[in-house]
Design a protein. Structure first.
Length: 295
């Protein structure tokens, strides 16, 4: 989801009319087939309205956030107190993470962030779809047992979150870079992995969130939701770079989907911004969703 992942060019959010038709028609058919294969999935499930996550223990942040390659220093965040941003996305784990070196990302950093009243959006970049569009992500494909692999990586995501002093009911966001929905076996494998990750993270007391392109993974999961597929994420972080944020106007999502307080819109990326004399290259986000809860 970042320029450091070098996958932005593959996330073109203005496909041709033909490709839109192919993606929409194909995903509807795949999701319907998957719904009948998932135990307990029924068409009625697609109409389910999710509850407000706050009574369930989530800490919801409403406002502006940025994500960047390396977790910025506390001094930089202090300088950025002059900005409108009050939440930061950090890449804290996953075998697909490009920025594995995170010298600032420690328990003391988390607590320092908390003391300054910043919020944290933890991002886990795990295995990627075999049909991922980014060449830089093809070396970490989902394997032959996607659901169990998803559960294993979900377990790792929770363990790494706990090691950074994150409490239960924190949100953890799985980053799935753009992939080719027209390749049915690949898309089915990817959805199985995502569902396994979500189930494991949720079973361990955390809120599983999901990040992807609005025209790729987000469209895919919305089709699955409408078909009644279970084990979907608790919060949706969608990338559509169109200049202005629109949390509840995203065309690929029904207005009732991932609502209330369950959405993040990444509306612009790869921008250089300076506050308090500290410059960062960031992606811009509007947030109405659960964040990390730091001990």
């Amino acid at each position: 989801m970042t320029r450091r992942e070098q996958s932005r060019p593959s996330r073109t959010l203005r496909p041709s009319r033909q490709s839109r038709w192919q993606v929409t028609g194909w995903t509807a058919g795949l999701a319907a087939a998957l719904a009948t294969a998932v135990a307990g999935a029924t068409p009625a499930a697609s109409a389910e309205v999710l509850p407000d996550p706050r009574p369930l223990g989530a800490k919801v942040f409403q406002g502006w956030a940025f994500d960047t390659c390396h977790a910025p220093s506390l001094a930089t965040l202090r300088a950025w107190n002059s900005s409108r941003y009050r939440a930061v996305g950090v890449y804290y784990g996953g075998r697909g993470r490009a920025c594995a070196s995170q010298p600032n990302l420690t328990v003391s950093w988390m607590r320092g962030v908390k003391s300054m009243k910043w919020r944290v959006l933890p991002i886990f970049v795990g295995s990627q779809a075999p049909c991922v569009r980014s060449a830089n992500k093809k070396h970490v494909p989902i394997g032959s047992k996607p659901f169990s692999q998803g559960r294993a990586e979900g377990k790792d995501a929770v363990a790494r979150a706990k090691a950074l002093s994150l409490k239960k009911r924190s949100a953890l966001y799985l980053d799935m870079e753009a992939y080719d929905l027209t390749k049915t076996s690949c898309a089915a494998k990817t959805l199985s992995f995502i569902r396994g990750w979500n189930r494991e993270v949720r079973s361990r007391g955390f809120f599983p969130g999901f990040y992807s392109s609005a025209e790729s993974g987000v469209r895919h999961l919305e089709q699955a939701r409408r078909a009644g597929v279970h084990d979907l994420p608790s919060a949706m972080w969608f990338a559509r770079w169109k200049g202005k944020p629109s949390l509840y106007g995203e065309p690929t999502l029904a207005k009732s989907a991932w609502n209330p307080h369950r959405r993040i819109h990444q509306y612009k990326g790869n921008v250089d911004v300076t506050h308090g004399g500290r410059k960062l290259r960031i992606d811009r986000n509007k947030v109405d969703a659960p964040v990390a809860i730091i001990k």
